[in-house]
Write a protein that binds this ligand. Structure first.
Ligand code: 6AU
Length: 263
């Protein structure tokens, strides 16, 4: 049976990677395929929203370098919220350098991403060395990597042969590369499985004025066969009640998945 018609929980056995296995089990148990893109710039807002939205998500996606008052206490509190609400953490670092450099960017510096992020992502642009470098520090800790095979922004160059090359790269590193950032299921056959996460998801807007383009949860999960919706401003935009919006996106994402299973 192709992964597109399988339940999340049934796909756990398709992965050796610890983060992938944990994520699929968690989605099945918590019944949510929603990832929150928490792009706020203060620690107070970050922790407040994470606590309110935590019950409705499988994955909290961070851009840790946009916080103006980042400190180790933020990481400690984030880890506490991870345990309290049962979600994984995805640092959206979009690594894009040679293997030796990304290895240090991943494990050293102020953020020490590998110590707290279950999942991170990278552009395939530099070639296989980027995956090998990240894998050197991440795999033994059970971390997983997503490759940016497509982007949601207008005019993206990640299309066609570039996207195909990203898929080939993932195939060569199946122990560490658990999936893709893309707008659709990229591989549909029985003996290969990768987790697809789609950003650019919104129920109320179609674009943001800076190149972002939005599709609905139903469109990416039911029509395009993606696995996880990544939603940011749709949840915490101006005058929004974050818990209500998170429930709305969780329900839309989960119903689209149920519709896919039964069709
Ligand atoms: O829902 P938004 O538009 O507020 O936020 C979308 C989030 C942002 C982007 O950095 C990220 O998703 N993103 C990514 C990721 C996840 O890698 C890739 C992409 O192509 N488009 C995109 O928006 O945090």
């Amino acid at each position: 049976m192709s992964s597109i018609s399988k339940k999340y929980g049934e796909r756990v056995e398709n992965f050796s990677n610890k983060a992938a296995r944990e994520l699929l089990s968690l989605i099945e148990r918590k019944k949510t395929n929603l990832s929150l893109a928490l792009d706020v710039t203060t620690k107070r807002e970050f922790l407040e929203i994470a606590d309110k939205v935590g019950p409705y998500i499988c994955l909290l996606k961070t851009h840790i370098d946009i916080l103006v008052d980042f400190d180790q206490d933020l990481i400690d509190q984030l880890k506490e919220l991870r345990a309290k609400h049962d979600f994984l953490i995805f640092e959206d670092r979009k690594f894009a350098d040679i293997g030796n450099t990304v290895k240090y960017q991943y494990s050293k510096g102020i953020y020490k991403i590998v110590e707290w992020a279950d999942i991170t992502n990278a552009h395939p642009l530099p070639g296989d060395g980027i995956v090998s470098g990240l894998k050197e520090v991440g795999l033994s800790l059970g971390r997983g990597l997503l490759l940016l095979a497509e982007m949601s922004s207008k005019g993206s160059l990640a299309t066609g042969a570039y996207t195909e090359a990203a898929i080939e790269m993932a195939r060569r590193h199946k122990d560490f590369v658990i999936g893709f950032i893309a707008g659709r299921k990229l591989i549909c056959n029985d003996d290969e499985d990768f987790i697809v996460m789609s950003p650019g998801v919104g129920l109320d807007a179609s674009k943001d004025g800076l190149g972002q383009q939005y599709k609905t949860p139903r469109s990416v999960i039911f029509e395009n066969g993606s696995d996880i919706i990544i939603v940011g401003r749709g949840i915490y935009g101006k005058d929004k009640d974050v818990a209500t919006e998170a429930q709305r996106y969780r329900d839309a994402g989960w119903n689209a998945y149920l519709e896919r299973l039964t069709n």
